[in-house]
Design a protein around this ligand. Structure first.
Ligand code: CA
Length: 562
Protein backbone atom coordinates (compact mmCIF):
# COMPACT_ATOMS: atom_id res chain seq x y z
CA UNK A 1 0.00 0.00 0.00
CA UNK A 2 2.89 2.34 0.81
CA UNK A 3 4.03 2.28 -2.82
CA UNK A 4 0.57 3.14 -4.03
CA UNK A 5 0.44 6.06 -1.61
CA UNK A 6 3.81 7.30 -2.81
CA UNK A 7 2.44 7.09 -6.33
CA UNK A 8 -0.51 9.20 -5.28
CA UNK A 9 1.96 11.67 -3.85
CA UNK A 10 3.44 12.09 -7.31
CA UNK A 11 0.01 12.63 -8.75
CA UNK A 12 -0.74 15.32 -6.18
CA UNK A 13 2.53 17.07 -6.98
CA UNK A 14 1.76 16.91 -10.67
CA UNK A 15 -1.51 18.64 -9.99
CA UNK A 16 0.06 21.83 -8.62
CA UNK A 17 0.53 23.60 -11.97
CA UNK A 18 -2.86 22.30 -13.00
CA UNK A 19 -4.41 24.07 -10.04
CA UNK A 20 -2.72 27.29 -11.16
CA UNK A 21 -4.29 26.85 -14.58
CA UNK A 22 -7.59 26.21 -12.90
CA UNK A 23 -7.27 29.54 -11.07
CA UNK A 24 -6.73 31.34 -14.35
CA UNK A 25 -9.74 29.54 -15.73
CA UNK A 26 -11.80 30.56 -12.71
CA UNK A 27 -10.83 34.24 -13.14
CA UNK A 28 -11.79 34.14 -16.80
CA UNK A 29 -15.08 32.60 -15.94
CA UNK A 30 -15.85 35.36 -13.48
CA UNK A 31 -14.90 37.99 -16.06
CA UNK A 32 -17.03 36.40 -18.71
CA UNK A 33 -20.19 36.38 -16.68
CA UNK A 34 -20.50 38.00 -13.29
CA UNK A 35 -24.12 36.94 -13.34
CA UNK A 36 -23.22 33.29 -12.96
CA UNK A 37 -24.44 32.12 -9.62
CA UNK A 38 -21.88 30.82 -7.19
CA UNK A 39 -23.17 27.26 -7.29
CA UNK A 40 -22.79 26.99 -11.09
CA UNK A 41 -19.31 28.43 -10.82
CA UNK A 42 -18.36 25.78 -8.28
CA UNK A 43 -19.69 23.06 -10.58
CA UNK A 44 -17.73 24.45 -13.55
CA UNK A 45 -14.58 24.70 -11.48
CA UNK A 46 -14.87 21.17 -10.19
CA UNK A 47 -15.54 19.88 -13.71
CA UNK A 48 -12.45 21.65 -15.08
CA UNK A 49 -10.40 20.29 -12.22
CA UNK A 50 -11.76 16.77 -12.62
CA UNK A 51 -11.03 16.66 -16.37
CA UNK A 52 -7.40 17.66 -15.94
CA UNK A 53 -7.00 15.48 -12.87
CA UNK A 54 -8.05 12.39 -14.83
CA UNK A 55 -5.49 13.13 -17.55
CA UNK A 56 -2.69 13.43 -15.02
CA UNK A 57 -3.91 10.52 -12.95
CA UNK A 58 -3.67 8.13 -15.87
CA UNK A 59 -0.30 8.15 -17.54
CA UNK A 60 -0.07 6.44 -20.90
CA UNK A 61 1.95 3.27 -20.94
CA UNK A 62 4.15 2.09 -23.78
CA UNK A 63 5.72 -1.31 -23.28
CA UNK A 64 8.39 -2.13 -25.86
CA UNK A 65 9.11 -5.85 -25.71
CA UNK A 66 12.15 -6.81 -27.77
CA UNK A 67 12.73 -10.39 -28.88
CA UNK A 68 15.88 -12.33 -27.89
CA UNK A 69 17.71 -9.16 -26.87
CA UNK A 70 20.50 -10.16 -24.51
CA UNK A 71 21.89 -8.49 -21.41
CA UNK A 72 24.94 -7.26 -23.37
CA UNK A 73 23.16 -6.17 -26.54
CA UNK A 74 22.84 -2.44 -25.79
CA UNK A 75 25.56 0.13 -25.39
CA UNK A 76 24.03 1.25 -22.09
CA UNK A 77 24.58 -2.33 -20.88
CA UNK A 78 28.18 -2.44 -22.08
CA UNK A 79 28.06 -3.32 -25.80
CA UNK A 80 30.94 -1.82 -27.79
CA UNK A 81 30.46 -3.27 -31.28
CA UNK A 82 27.15 -1.54 -31.86
CA UNK A 83 25.48 1.68 -30.75
CA UNK A 84 22.03 2.20 -29.33
CA UNK A 85 21.74 5.97 -28.81
CA UNK A 86 17.94 6.06 -28.55
CA UNK A 87 17.70 3.27 -25.99
CA UNK A 88 20.69 4.75 -24.15
CA UNK A 89 18.79 8.04 -23.96
CA UNK A 90 15.86 6.22 -22.35
CA UNK A 91 18.29 4.94 -19.73
CA UNK A 92 19.94 8.34 -19.31
CA UNK A 93 16.58 10.00 -18.76
CA UNK A 94 15.15 7.10 -16.77
CA UNK A 95 16.13 4.05 -14.75
CA UNK A 96 18.13 1.03 -15.83
CA UNK A 97 17.63 -2.25 -13.99
CA UNK A 98 20.51 -4.68 -13.55
CA UNK A 99 18.64 -7.64 -12.04
CA UNK A 100 15.56 -7.86 -14.27
CA UNK A 101 14.43 -11.23 -15.66
CA UNK A 102 12.03 -12.62 -18.15
CA UNK A 103 9.97 -15.21 -16.26
CA UNK A 104 11.08 -17.76 -18.83
CA UNK A 105 14.08 -18.03 -21.15
CA UNK A 106 11.67 -18.97 -23.96
CA UNK A 107 9.50 -16.66 -26.13
CA UNK A 108 5.98 -18.02 -25.63
CA UNK A 109 6.10 -18.77 -21.89
CA UNK A 110 7.75 -15.40 -21.28
CA UNK A 111 4.90 -13.66 -23.11
CA UNK A 112 2.38 -15.76 -21.20
CA UNK A 113 3.85 -14.45 -17.94
CA UNK A 114 3.75 -10.88 -19.20
CA UNK A 115 0.12 -11.08 -20.33
CA UNK A 116 -1.30 -13.02 -17.36
CA UNK A 117 0.94 -12.17 -14.40
CA UNK A 118 1.22 -15.90 -13.84
CA UNK A 119 4.21 -18.22 -14.09
CA UNK A 120 4.01 -20.27 -17.28
CA UNK A 121 4.95 -23.51 -15.50
CA UNK A 122 1.51 -23.38 -13.85
CA UNK A 123 0.18 -24.15 -17.31
CA UNK A 124 3.04 -26.54 -18.08
CA UNK A 125 4.20 -24.11 -20.73
CA UNK A 126 7.90 -24.41 -21.53
CA UNK A 127 8.13 -24.35 -25.33
CA UNK A 128 7.32 -21.90 -28.10
CA UNK A 129 4.04 -22.38 -29.98
CA UNK A 130 3.83 -22.56 -33.76
CA UNK A 131 1.46 -22.63 -36.72
CA UNK A 132 -1.22 -24.96 -35.41
CA UNK A 133 -1.49 -23.98 -31.74
CA UNK A 134 -4.62 -22.40 -30.35
CA UNK A 135 -4.54 -19.47 -27.93
CA UNK A 136 -2.58 -20.61 -24.87
CA UNK A 137 -4.10 -17.98 -22.57
CA UNK A 138 -7.50 -18.94 -21.22
CA UNK A 139 -10.04 -16.25 -22.07
CA UNK A 140 -11.22 -16.03 -18.48
CA UNK A 141 -7.79 -14.82 -17.35
CA UNK A 142 -7.37 -11.28 -16.16
CA UNK A 143 -4.73 -9.89 -18.47
CA UNK A 144 -2.43 -6.91 -18.61
CA UNK A 145 -4.71 -5.49 -21.32
CA UNK A 146 -7.81 -5.94 -19.16
CA UNK A 147 -6.09 -4.11 -16.32
CA UNK A 148 -5.74 -1.14 -18.64
CA UNK A 149 -9.20 -1.49 -20.22
CA UNK A 150 -10.80 -1.49 -16.78
CA UNK A 151 -9.01 1.78 -16.06
CA UNK A 152 -10.46 3.34 -19.22
CA UNK A 153 -7.43 3.00 -21.48
CA UNK A 154 -7.33 2.37 -25.21
CA UNK A 155 -5.22 -0.74 -25.72
CA UNK A 156 -3.23 -2.13 -28.61
CA UNK A 157 -0.87 -4.97 -29.25
CA UNK A 158 1.36 -4.35 -32.24
CA UNK A 159 4.00 -6.86 -33.29
CA UNK A 160 4.81 -10.47 -32.64
CA UNK A 161 2.02 -12.31 -30.83
CA UNK A 162 3.34 -15.87 -30.43
CA UNK A 163 0.62 -17.02 -28.01
CA UNK A 164 -1.56 -18.86 -30.53
CA UNK A 165 -4.96 -18.10 -32.04
CA UNK A 166 -8.27 -19.95 -31.94
CA UNK A 167 -9.90 -22.36 -29.51
CA UNK A 168 -7.90 -25.38 -30.56
CA UNK A 169 -6.09 -24.34 -33.71
CA UNK A 170 -6.03 -21.16 -35.80
CA UNK A 171 -8.35 -20.86 -38.78
CA UNK A 172 -5.93 -19.02 -41.04
CA UNK A 173 -8.55 -18.64 -43.75
CA UNK A 174 -11.21 -17.34 -41.41
CA UNK A 175 -11.56 -15.45 -38.15
CA UNK A 176 -8.49 -15.79 -35.96
CA UNK A 177 -10.21 -15.86 -32.61
CA UNK A 178 -9.89 -15.98 -29.74
CA UNK A 179 -6.68 -13.98 -29.87
CA UNK A 180 -5.40 -10.64 -28.54
CA UNK A 181 -8.79 -8.94 -28.96
CA UNK A 182 -10.49 -11.53 -26.76
CA UNK A 183 -7.91 -10.84 -24.03
CA UNK A 184 -8.57 -7.10 -23.76
CA UNK A 185 -6.71 -5.48 -26.62
CA UNK A 186 -8.80 -3.08 -28.73
CA UNK A 187 -6.49 -3.46 -31.68
CA UNK A 188 -3.96 -5.96 -32.95
CA UNK A 189 -1.60 -5.74 -35.88
CA UNK A 190 1.45 -7.86 -36.38
CA UNK A 191 3.28 -11.09 -36.99
CA UNK A 192 1.03 -13.86 -35.70
CA UNK A 193 3.63 -16.46 -34.70
CA UNK A 194 7.31 -15.57 -35.07
CA UNK A 195 9.47 -14.28 -37.93
CA UNK A 196 11.26 -17.64 -38.27
CA UNK A 197 8.09 -19.74 -38.63
CA UNK A 198 5.00 -19.70 -40.83
CA UNK A 199 2.74 -18.15 -41.71
CA UNK A 200 4.88 -15.28 -43.01
CA UNK A 201 2.03 -12.77 -43.17
CA UNK A 202 0.54 -9.94 -41.13
CA UNK A 203 -2.63 -10.25 -39.10
CA UNK A 204 -4.85 -7.28 -38.32
CA UNK A 205 -7.44 -7.87 -35.60
CA UNK A 206 -9.08 -11.15 -36.61
CA UNK A 207 -7.92 -11.52 -40.20
CA UNK A 208 -4.81 -12.17 -42.24
CA UNK A 209 -3.97 -8.96 -44.12
CA UNK A 210 -4.42 -9.28 -47.89
CA UNK A 211 -6.10 -12.69 -47.76
CA UNK A 212 -8.37 -13.22 -50.78
CA UNK A 213 -11.24 -15.75 -50.91
CA UNK A 214 -9.96 -17.30 -54.15
CA UNK A 215 -6.38 -17.47 -52.85
CA UNK A 216 -6.59 -19.29 -49.49
CA UNK A 217 -3.92 -20.84 -47.30
CA UNK A 218 -3.20 -24.48 -48.06
CA UNK A 219 -1.39 -26.81 -45.67
CA UNK A 220 1.56 -28.68 -47.12
CA UNK A 221 2.22 -26.21 -49.90
CA UNK A 222 5.45 -24.26 -50.01
CA UNK A 223 5.01 -20.66 -48.91
CA UNK A 224 5.80 -17.98 -51.48
CA UNK A 225 8.00 -16.01 -49.12
CA UNK A 226 11.58 -14.73 -49.09
CA UNK A 227 14.05 -17.43 -48.15
CA UNK A 228 16.52 -17.00 -45.29
CA UNK A 229 18.46 -19.89 -43.74
CA UNK A 230 16.75 -19.36 -40.37
CA UNK A 231 13.23 -19.37 -41.82
CA UNK A 232 11.89 -22.83 -41.08
CA UNK A 233 9.00 -25.03 -42.15
CA UNK A 234 8.49 -23.17 -45.42
CA UNK A 235 6.64 -26.25 -46.68
CA UNK A 236 4.18 -26.34 -43.84
CA UNK A 237 1.65 -23.88 -45.19
CA UNK A 238 1.45 -22.03 -48.50
CA UNK A 239 -1.16 -20.53 -50.79
CA UNK A 240 -2.40 -17.05 -49.86
CA UNK A 241 0.08 -15.63 -52.32
CA UNK A 242 -1.22 -12.06 -52.09
CA UNK A 243 -0.99 -12.10 -48.28
CA UNK A 244 2.54 -13.50 -48.40
CA UNK A 245 3.63 -10.83 -50.87
CA UNK A 246 2.67 -8.09 -48.43
CA UNK A 247 5.15 -9.51 -45.92
CA UNK A 248 8.71 -8.46 -46.82
CA UNK A 249 11.11 -9.52 -44.08
CA UNK A 250 13.29 -6.39 -44.29
CA UNK A 251 10.21 -4.19 -43.99
CA UNK A 252 8.71 -5.76 -40.85
CA UNK A 253 10.52 -3.48 -38.37
CA UNK A 254 9.48 -0.40 -40.32
CA UNK A 255 5.89 -1.61 -40.76
CA UNK A 256 5.37 -2.32 -37.06
CA UNK A 257 6.86 1.08 -36.23
CA UNK A 258 4.58 2.89 -38.67
CA UNK A 259 1.56 1.09 -37.23
CA UNK A 260 2.62 2.04 -33.70
CA UNK A 261 3.14 5.69 -34.65
CA UNK A 262 -0.24 5.79 -36.37
CA UNK A 263 -1.99 4.19 -33.41
CA UNK A 264 -0.39 6.58 -30.89
CA UNK A 265 -1.46 9.57 -32.99
CA UNK A 266 -5.03 8.29 -33.21
CA UNK A 267 -5.27 7.54 -29.50
CA UNK A 268 -3.27 10.33 -27.92
CA UNK A 269 -6.34 12.04 -26.49
CA UNK A 270 -7.32 9.03 -24.37
CA UNK A 271 -5.12 7.33 -21.84
CA UNK A 272 -3.51 4.59 -23.92
CA UNK A 273 -1.57 1.37 -23.49
CA UNK A 274 0.60 0.21 -26.36
CA UNK A 275 2.26 -3.19 -26.16
CA UNK A 276 4.81 -3.13 -28.98
CA UNK A 277 6.44 -6.54 -29.41
CA UNK A 278 9.19 -6.24 -31.98
CA UNK A 279 10.50 -9.08 -34.14
CA UNK A 280 13.94 -7.53 -33.62
CA UNK A 281 16.22 -9.22 -32.80
CA UNK A 282 14.88 -12.73 -33.37
CA UNK A 283 16.42 -14.62 -36.32
CA UNK A 284 16.42 -14.29 -39.30
CA UNK A 285 18.20 -10.96 -38.93
CA UNK A 286 16.51 -8.84 -41.56
CA UNK A 287 17.09 -5.15 -40.91
CA UNK A 288 15.96 -2.65 -43.55
CA UNK A 289 18.63 -1.78 -46.08
CA UNK A 290 19.48 1.50 -44.36
CA UNK A 291 20.73 -0.44 -41.31
CA UNK A 292 22.68 -3.12 -43.15
CA UNK A 293 26.42 -2.93 -42.53
CA UNK A 294 26.09 -0.19 -39.90
CA UNK A 295 27.38 -2.16 -36.88
CA UNK A 296 30.72 -3.79 -36.17
CA UNK A 297 29.16 -7.18 -35.44
CA UNK A 298 27.37 -8.10 -38.63
CA UNK A 299 23.67 -8.57 -39.27
CA UNK A 300 23.10 -9.26 -35.56
CA UNK A 301 24.27 -5.75 -34.64
CA UNK A 302 22.50 -4.20 -37.62
CA UNK A 303 19.23 -5.70 -36.41
CA UNK A 304 19.87 -4.17 -32.97
CA UNK A 305 20.46 -0.84 -34.73
CA UNK A 306 17.04 -1.13 -36.33
CA UNK A 307 15.52 -1.90 -32.92
CA UNK A 308 17.13 1.27 -31.60
CA UNK A 309 15.62 3.25 -34.47
CA UNK A 310 12.18 1.79 -33.64
CA UNK A 311 12.51 2.98 -30.04
CA UNK A 312 13.65 6.39 -31.28
CA UNK A 313 10.64 6.74 -33.60
CA UNK A 314 8.22 5.82 -30.83
CA UNK A 315 9.81 8.34 -28.45
CA UNK A 316 9.85 11.02 -31.13
CA UNK A 317 6.15 10.41 -31.74
CA UNK A 318 5.30 10.71 -28.05
CA UNK A 319 7.17 14.03 -27.97
CA UNK A 320 5.60 15.38 -31.15
CA UNK A 321 2.16 14.48 -29.88
CA UNK A 322 2.86 16.26 -26.58
CA UNK A 323 2.34 13.17 -24.44
CA UNK A 324 5.93 12.13 -23.63
CA UNK A 325 5.85 13.68 -20.15
CA UNK A 326 2.72 11.77 -19.24
CA UNK A 327 3.86 8.40 -20.58
CA UNK A 328 5.58 5.59 -18.75
CA UNK A 329 7.79 3.78 -21.24
CA UNK A 330 9.18 0.39 -20.36
CA UNK A 331 11.71 -1.29 -22.58
CA UNK A 332 12.70 -4.91 -21.99
CA UNK A 333 13.25 -8.27 -23.71
CA UNK A 334 11.38 -11.60 -23.73
CA UNK A 335 14.56 -13.64 -23.06
CA UNK A 336 18.33 -13.55 -23.42
CA UNK A 337 20.44 -13.57 -26.57
CA UNK A 338 20.70 -16.72 -28.67
CA UNK A 339 23.97 -18.24 -29.86
CA UNK A 340 22.58 -18.95 -33.33
CA UNK A 341 24.77 -18.59 -36.42
CA UNK A 342 24.43 -14.79 -36.49
CA UNK A 343 25.02 -14.69 -32.74
CA UNK A 344 28.18 -16.76 -33.15
CA UNK A 345 29.42 -14.45 -35.90
CA UNK A 346 28.74 -11.42 -33.74
CA UNK A 347 30.60 -13.12 -30.88
CA UNK A 348 33.61 -13.67 -33.14
CA UNK A 349 33.48 -9.95 -33.96
CA UNK A 350 33.92 -9.32 -30.24
CA UNK A 351 30.26 -8.74 -29.34
CA UNK A 352 29.07 -10.33 -26.09
CA UNK A 353 25.33 -10.97 -26.51
CA UNK A 354 24.68 -11.56 -22.84
CA UNK A 355 27.62 -9.60 -21.48
CA UNK A 356 29.58 -11.72 -19.02
CA UNK A 357 26.62 -13.91 -18.11
CA UNK A 358 26.70 -17.66 -18.60
CA UNK A 359 24.49 -19.29 -21.21
CA UNK A 360 22.01 -18.17 -23.83
CA UNK A 361 18.30 -18.10 -24.67
CA UNK A 362 16.32 -21.18 -23.48
CA UNK A 363 18.77 -21.70 -20.60
CA UNK A 364 18.25 -21.47 -16.84
CA UNK A 365 21.70 -19.90 -16.53
CA UNK A 366 21.60 -16.11 -16.19
CA UNK A 367 22.23 -15.42 -19.89
CA UNK A 368 18.90 -17.08 -20.66
CA UNK A 369 16.68 -14.73 -18.72
CA UNK A 370 18.51 -11.76 -17.17
CA UNK A 371 17.56 -9.03 -19.63
CA UNK A 372 17.81 -5.29 -20.19
CA UNK A 373 14.98 -3.41 -18.49
CA UNK A 374 14.64 0.37 -18.68
CA UNK A 375 11.84 2.53 -17.29
CA UNK A 376 11.30 6.10 -18.47
CA UNK A 377 8.80 8.60 -17.10
CA UNK A 378 9.92 12.22 -16.96
CA UNK A 379 9.52 13.84 -13.55
CA UNK A 380 8.38 10.58 -11.95
CA UNK A 381 11.36 8.31 -12.48
CA UNK A 382 14.65 9.83 -11.47
CA UNK A 383 16.85 10.32 -14.53
CA UNK A 384 20.13 8.48 -14.99
CA UNK A 385 19.59 6.03 -12.15
CA UNK A 386 20.07 2.29 -11.87
CA UNK A 387 18.29 -0.22 -9.70
CA UNK A 388 19.42 -3.63 -8.50
CA UNK A 389 15.91 -4.70 -7.47
CA UNK A 390 14.93 -8.20 -8.55
CA UNK A 391 12.07 -7.65 -11.02
CA UNK A 392 10.46 -9.67 -13.79
CA UNK A 393 8.11 -9.20 -16.71
CA UNK A 394 5.56 -11.27 -14.77
CA UNK A 395 5.39 -8.23 -12.44
CA UNK A 396 4.16 -5.75 -15.01
CA UNK A 397 0.48 -6.67 -14.61
CA UNK A 398 0.44 -5.88 -10.87
CA UNK A 399 2.62 -2.84 -11.49
CA UNK A 400 0.22 -1.40 -14.07
CA UNK A 401 -2.66 -2.24 -11.78
CA UNK A 402 -1.07 -0.11 -9.05
CA UNK A 403 -0.25 2.61 -11.56
CA UNK A 404 -3.81 2.95 -12.79
CA UNK A 405 -5.70 1.95 -9.65
CA UNK A 406 -7.34 -0.86 -11.61
CA UNK A 407 -8.09 -3.90 -9.48
CA UNK A 408 -7.18 -7.52 -10.09
CA UNK A 409 -9.82 -10.16 -9.31
CA UNK A 410 -9.00 -12.55 -6.50
CA UNK A 411 -6.97 -15.56 -7.62
CA UNK A 412 -5.73 -13.92 -10.82
CA UNK A 413 -2.20 -12.82 -11.69
CA UNK A 414 -1.05 -14.59 -8.56
CA UNK A 415 2.67 -14.41 -9.38
CA UNK A 416 2.75 -10.73 -10.25
CA UNK A 417 4.32 -8.34 -7.74
CA UNK A 418 3.83 -4.58 -7.87
CA UNK A 419 7.32 -3.22 -8.54
CA UNK A 420 6.21 0.38 -9.10
CA UNK A 421 8.08 1.47 -5.95
CA UNK A 422 11.32 0.33 -7.62
CA UNK A 423 10.48 2.44 -10.66
CA UNK A 424 9.54 5.66 -8.90
CA UNK A 425 11.45 5.32 -5.64
CA UNK A 426 14.25 3.49 -3.93
CA UNK A 427 12.84 0.87 -1.60
CA UNK A 428 15.49 -0.34 0.82
CA UNK A 429 14.09 -3.87 1.00
CA UNK A 430 13.59 -6.34 -1.85
CA UNK A 431 10.06 -6.17 -3.26
CA UNK A 432 10.13 -9.85 -4.16
CA UNK A 433 10.80 -12.68 -1.74
CA UNK A 434 11.81 -14.93 -4.62
CA UNK A 435 11.31 -15.44 -8.34
CA UNK A 436 10.68 -18.69 -10.22
CA UNK A 437 12.39 -18.88 -13.61
CA UNK A 438 11.66 -21.25 -16.48
CA UNK A 439 14.00 -22.74 -19.07
CA UNK A 440 12.93 -24.78 -22.09
CA UNK A 441 12.88 -28.02 -20.06
CA UNK A 442 10.65 -28.58 -17.01
CA UNK A 443 13.60 -30.30 -15.30
CA UNK A 444 15.44 -26.97 -15.23
CA UNK A 445 12.85 -24.91 -13.45
CA UNK A 446 14.86 -22.60 -11.20
CA UNK A 447 14.33 -20.28 -8.28
CA UNK A 448 16.08 -17.14 -7.27
CA UNK A 449 15.99 -15.95 -3.69
CA UNK A 450 18.25 -13.17 -2.46
CA UNK A 451 21.73 -13.91 -3.71
CA UNK A 452 21.00 -17.59 -4.34
CA UNK A 453 20.07 -19.13 -7.64
CA UNK A 454 18.97 -22.78 -7.55
CA UNK A 455 18.56 -24.78 -10.77
CA UNK A 456 16.90 -28.18 -10.36
CA UNK A 457 19.18 -30.15 -12.71
CA UNK A 458 22.59 -30.20 -14.40
CA UNK A 459 23.51 -27.84 -17.23
CA UNK A 460 21.49 -24.92 -18.57
CA UNK A 461 18.48 -26.85 -19.90
CA UNK A 462 18.50 -24.94 -23.18
CA UNK A 463 19.98 -25.56 -26.62
CA UNK A 464 22.64 -28.26 -26.69
CA UNK A 465 23.96 -28.55 -30.26
CA UNK A 466 27.67 -29.19 -29.77
CA UNK A 467 29.34 -27.51 -32.73
CA UNK A 468 30.20 -24.03 -33.93
CA UNK A 469 28.01 -23.32 -36.92
CA UNK A 470 24.95 -25.17 -35.61
CA UNK A 471 21.81 -23.07 -35.31
CA UNK A 472 21.14 -24.43 -31.81
CA UNK A 473 24.71 -24.28 -30.49
CA UNK A 474 24.61 -24.08 -26.72
CA UNK A 475 24.97 -25.89 -23.41
CA UNK A 476 28.29 -27.15 -22.05
CA UNK A 477 29.96 -27.24 -25.49
CA UNK A 478 29.28 -23.54 -26.03
CA UNK A 479 30.56 -22.77 -22.52
CA UNK A 480 33.92 -24.34 -23.39
CA UNK A 481 33.93 -22.87 -26.90
CA UNK A 482 33.48 -19.34 -25.56
CA UNK A 483 36.27 -19.85 -23.01
CA UNK A 484 33.93 -19.62 -20.06
CA UNK A 485 34.53 -21.36 -16.81
CA UNK A 486 32.01 -23.45 -14.91
CA UNK A 487 33.00 -25.92 -12.20
CA UNK A 488 30.59 -28.60 -13.53
CA UNK A 489 31.96 -28.48 -17.08
CA UNK A 490 35.13 -29.86 -18.62
CA UNK A 491 35.97 -30.08 -22.34
CA UNK A 492 32.44 -29.19 -23.39
CA UNK A 493 30.75 -31.81 -21.18
CA UNK A 494 29.20 -32.07 -17.75
CA UNK A 495 31.71 -33.75 -15.43
CA UNK A 496 30.83 -37.24 -14.21
CA UNK A 497 31.07 -36.20 -10.59
CA UNK A 498 29.07 -32.99 -10.99
CA UNK A 499 26.32 -32.39 -8.45
CA UNK A 500 22.80 -33.42 -9.53
CA UNK A 501 21.59 -29.82 -9.45
CA UNK A 502 23.10 -26.34 -9.19
CA UNK A 503 23.38 -23.56 -6.67
CA UNK A 504 25.10 -20.26 -7.37
CA UNK A 505 25.92 -17.30 -5.15
CA UNK A 506 25.17 -14.49 -7.58
CA UNK A 507 26.40 -11.79 -5.22
CA UNK A 508 29.94 -13.12 -5.42
CA UNK A 509 29.73 -15.12 -8.64
CA UNK A 510 27.39 -13.46 -11.11
CA UNK A 511 29.05 -15.26 -14.00
CA UNK A 512 28.22 -18.66 -12.43
CA UNK A 513 31.71 -20.14 -12.45
CA UNK A 514 31.24 -22.23 -9.32
CA UNK A 515 28.41 -24.58 -8.46
CA UNK A 516 28.25 -24.53 -4.64
CA UNK A 517 25.48 -27.14 -4.34
CA UNK A 518 27.50 -29.47 -2.14
CA UNK A 519 28.75 -26.68 0.15
CA UNK A 520 25.29 -25.42 1.14
CA UNK A 521 22.90 -28.36 1.71
CA UNK A 522 20.66 -26.20 3.89
CA UNK A 523 20.13 -23.65 1.12
CA UNK A 524 19.60 -26.43 -1.43
CA UNK A 525 16.96 -27.98 0.83
CA UNK A 526 15.17 -24.68 1.34
CA UNK A 527 15.15 -23.69 -2.32
CA UNK A 528 14.30 -27.11 -3.73
CA UNK A 529 11.33 -27.28 -1.34
CA UNK A 530 10.32 -23.76 -2.31
CA UNK A 531 10.44 -24.73 -5.97
CA UNK A 532 8.42 -27.89 -5.29
CA UNK A 533 5.76 -25.81 -3.53
CA UNK A 534 5.23 -23.94 -6.79
CA UNK A 535 4.55 -27.02 -8.88
CA UNK A 536 0.93 -27.93 -9.64
CA UNK A 537 -0.47 -30.63 -7.36
CA UNK A 538 -1.87 -32.55 -10.32
CA UNK A 539 0.13 -33.16 -13.49
CA UNK A 540 -0.93 -30.71 -16.19
CA UNK A 541 -1.16 -31.52 -19.89
CA UNK A 542 1.73 -29.94 -21.76
CA UNK A 543 0.69 -26.71 -23.46
CA UNK A 544 2.03 -25.66 -26.82
CA UNK A 545 4.51 -27.42 -29.06
CA UNK A 546 5.83 -30.78 -27.98
CA UNK A 547 8.37 -30.78 -30.78
CA UNK A 548 11.90 -29.53 -30.38
CA UNK A 549 11.61 -25.85 -31.15
CA UNK A 550 14.15 -25.47 -33.88
CA UNK A 551 13.99 -28.67 -35.94
CA UNK A 552 13.92 -28.51 -39.68
CA UNK A 553 10.57 -29.12 -41.37
CA UNK A 554 9.21 -32.52 -42.19
CA UNK A 555 7.36 -33.01 -45.49
CA UNK A 556 3.60 -33.20 -45.18
CA UNK A 557 0.96 -34.27 -47.64
CA UNK A 558 -0.07 -31.41 -49.87
CA UNK A 559 -3.44 -29.95 -50.55
CA UNK A 560 -5.25 -29.81 -47.21
CA UNK A 561 -6.83 -26.49 -46.43
CA UNK A 562 -6.48 -25.28 -42.87
CA1 CA B 1 12.40 -14.57 -27.76
Amino acid sequence: MTEYLSMRHHVVRALVPVQAETNILSRSLVKLSRAVVLSSYAVLLSLAFATVAVAVDKPNVVLIFADDLGYGDLSCYGATKLETPNIDRLARQGRRFTDAHSASAVCTPSRYALITGEYPHRRNLYKPVFLKTGLVVEQKKHTIARVMKDAGYSTACIGKWHLGFGERTPNWNGDLKPGPLELGFDYYYGVPVVNSHPPFVYVENHRVVGLLPDDPFVYGKRAATQVFPEKMKLDEIGGAKAAHELYRDEAVGTRLTEKSVEWIKTNKDNPFFLYLATTNIHHPFTPAKRFQGTSQCGAYGDFVHELDWIVGRVMQTLEEQGVADNTLVIFTSDNGGMFNVGGQEAWEDGHRLNGDLLGFKFSAWEGGHRVPFIAHWPGKIQAGTTSGQLVSNVDLLATFSALTGSGVPHGQAQDSVNVLPALTGNPAEPLRDHLVLGASKPSHLAVRKGKWMYIGAQGGGGFTAAKRGAHAFGGPAAVTFTGRENSDIENGRIKRNASPAQLYDLEHDLTQTKNVYSQHPDVVKELSELLRSHLPKKPQPQTGSKRPAEKQPSKKKQGKRP
